[in-house]
Every structure is written in C-alpha cells, then in structure tokens.
Design a protein around this ligand. Sequence first.
Ligand SMILES: [Zn+2]
Length: 452
Amino acid sequence: MKLLSTALSHISAARDRAALTRDSYTRVDFNLGFEVTHYDLDLTYRVEPNMLQGEAILHIRALEDFDKLTLDLGGAMVARRITAKHAPRVAKFRLSAGKLRLTFADTIVENQEFELHIRYGGSPRPLRTPWGEIGWEETDSGSLVASQPNGAPSWFPCDDTPSEKATYDIRITADDPFVVISNGKLVSRRSAGGSMTRWHYRVKHPMATYLATVQIGEYSEIDLGRDVRAWAPARLKQVVLEEFAQQQEMLDFYSSLFGHYPFPDYQVVITDDELEIPLEAQGLSIFGSNHVKGDHLFERLIAHELSHQWFGNSVGLSEWKDIWLNEGFACYCEWLWFEHAHGRPVHESARSHYQVLARKKQDILLGDPGTRDMFDDRVYKRGALTVHALRRLVGDEVFFRTVRDYLTASQHSVVTPEDLISRVKKEATDPSAVDALLDEWLNHTALPKFPV
Ligand SMILES: [Zn+2]
C-alpha cells in the first residue's frame, strides 16, 4: 500500500492509514511499504476442469527500505515460483491465510523499481468473506469475476485495497469457442493452438483491484451504440437489444451532467446464469439472464451500474467506510435518469424513498456503516437522500458545477468525502450550513427531516 498518494489531499488520509495495519472493513492486513504500478497477467483458463494458471508480473515501486513484503492471494490459488527482476533475489516465500509473504536476500531500497514474476495457479473459487462468496466463480458455461470488495485475490496476486490503483495487461488463453471479456481495450485476439484463443486486454486508466474482471462464456457481441456494446448468449440477443436500447442515451445524459465518459468504451455482459444483483467493474457491468426479461423491470439498475463508471470506478474510494459516495450517487443517478427519460421529478423519487426509509430502523451511521451494513439498502437510499439534501441546500447551479469539477479533478484517482465537501463549501453561500447538513446525514443515525 502506498504511503503517499499522488493527490495532495490524500496525504493525510494515507498517513492515518499507514498508522493502521488492517482494513477495518475487510479485516485484511494492509500490504505496506510499496505500490504496485502495473499488473501484467498472462493466464490460461481451461473451462471444463476449471483450471487457471500462468504468471503475474507485478511492477512495484518501493516506498521505503524493506527486505520483506506481503501480497494478497487466496482461495485455491497456489504460488509455485517467484522471482524478482531488478531487485535482490527472493530468498523464500510462503502462502498462508490469504497472504503471500516474501523474503528477499537483501534490502530493497526506497524508490527502487522492480518486478515480481509469480507463477501460480489452481482451480479458482470465490473467497469466503463477511459479504458471502466473492471473486472468481465458475458458471454453468464458463466463469465470471465479481470481486467487490475484496475478491480479487481469488484469481491474481495483488495489493488488494481500493486506494491502490494500477494499470493492467490482462492476457487470458481459453478454450474455443468461449469468449473472454475483460476490462480495457482488446489489443489482440489470436489462436494459441490446440483449439484455444489468447485474448489480450490493456487497461491504461488506473484501476482498483476489485474492479478487475474476466467474463468467460459463449457470448455473442451486440452493438448498442457509439460507445456501448453488450455480450450475451445468442438466445438473448433480441431481449438484450430491447432492455438496453437506451444505454447509449444514458451514457450521453450522464456525460452531459458529469463530464465525458471516463473510459474508452462501455460493455455490458449478460451471463447465461441468473445473478442476485448486477455488478460494476471498470468499463463494464455484469447482469444476469434474470435481469433481461423484456419488461424493463431493471431499468433503474442499468442506469445505476453505468453511473458507477463516474462514481466509484473513475473516481474511487480511499476507504470502504465512504461507500455512500459510490452508492449514494449511483442511486441518485437512477432518479436523475427517471426524471430525464420518464418525467418523474427527482424530488418525487426522493420523497417516496424517504418515506420507505423512514419506516425502517435508523441504526446506520452513513459516514461509517461498518462491515455488516456496508451494502445495506439503507446506505444506498440514505446516501442518495444526502446528495439530494445537499443539492437542495446549495442550488442546482452550484451542485452540478461542483460535482462535475470534483469528478474531473479526481478522475482515475481516489477521494475522500472531504474532496467533495470542500469544493461545495467554497461555492456555497453559507458553508457552515453545508457542514451542519452533512453532519446530520453522515454522522448521526437519526433520519434528518426531508429536504425542503
Ligand atoms: Zn451500486
């Protein structure tokens, strides 16, 4: 984990974190003293035996002197051989309880840049976490990866914390006729012999580990517009075209509000399997076949997942406790879309969700909901209502301008709520009212009054 973040505003938060040794949400120890700047994954996946193996090359920069480091690797993955390049040799390594512990033959010095070449593999399975099983998962006809918040070590060795972003090359060789979809741009796709194809994706915009994904299945490509395409089983093509007919318009609408779409393109994957909930990854979202029935029942989730490309993926979290920044804004974007597309005023959506929320137990601290309630629907809805209350307080002009500036300034980086709040306060006529309002919504459990 980085000790000093590139953005000045994160330095104090990073220092605070460095004083801690463990993520209080995932309960996983931090990997301290270095940053991974690039992941180069070259993996082969055999669908039928569910076997993943290959090499991960991690490009690392030391942030202090050390002769030992740790990485996250779990599930069924086994590290077979680790060598270092441009660094002292790896004297020994050990994998236990999800931590890969390396000892070097000599000291690596601050600012030294080096590579770790890690040969590993196994029969991938999701990790058991406080939020259930997450990570690489076998499907009926392929596999999917859904790692939020800490499932990434189920398929590659990494520094698994949301504040640490890196660029990626993801090369997956898989059996024909399976299609491999991953983040970023497809650089090449060529036969690897033996009825296998090698797919190479490049992610040049820094990405958090939990947003890295691989979707493998018998997918057909479906064109949804200038910047958008879908991948789905051929039998679902017609219904996908209907359900996602407005995806490009949604992208254009959010771009008009929040600045241009932050990635090269947007892909949606619709799996053959049913999924409990859709999931966001960087540059793509994953839906289950149960989300496309032709009845537009999940239109709000199609809007929600797309908005995460701005809120959560391009502009990421430093810490999981600030999850409301991702989910509050993504929920608010649902309401904005429904106003734009169906004429339902945002204020009306806010009011009806407030009424539902008011009937529920008020025991969640939005600013730090804790492991158990991190993905509770009350965090999502109260988060969206907080956004709405802030907008009502400062007015539309200041609200949209500051949110847009905040997204632009922190693009492809990570933030804390303070990054947004300080901007809003600078523009607001009464900065102390902004503090008072956010204190009520974020730092106390009682539900504040509905914003007038
Ligand atoms: Zn979400």
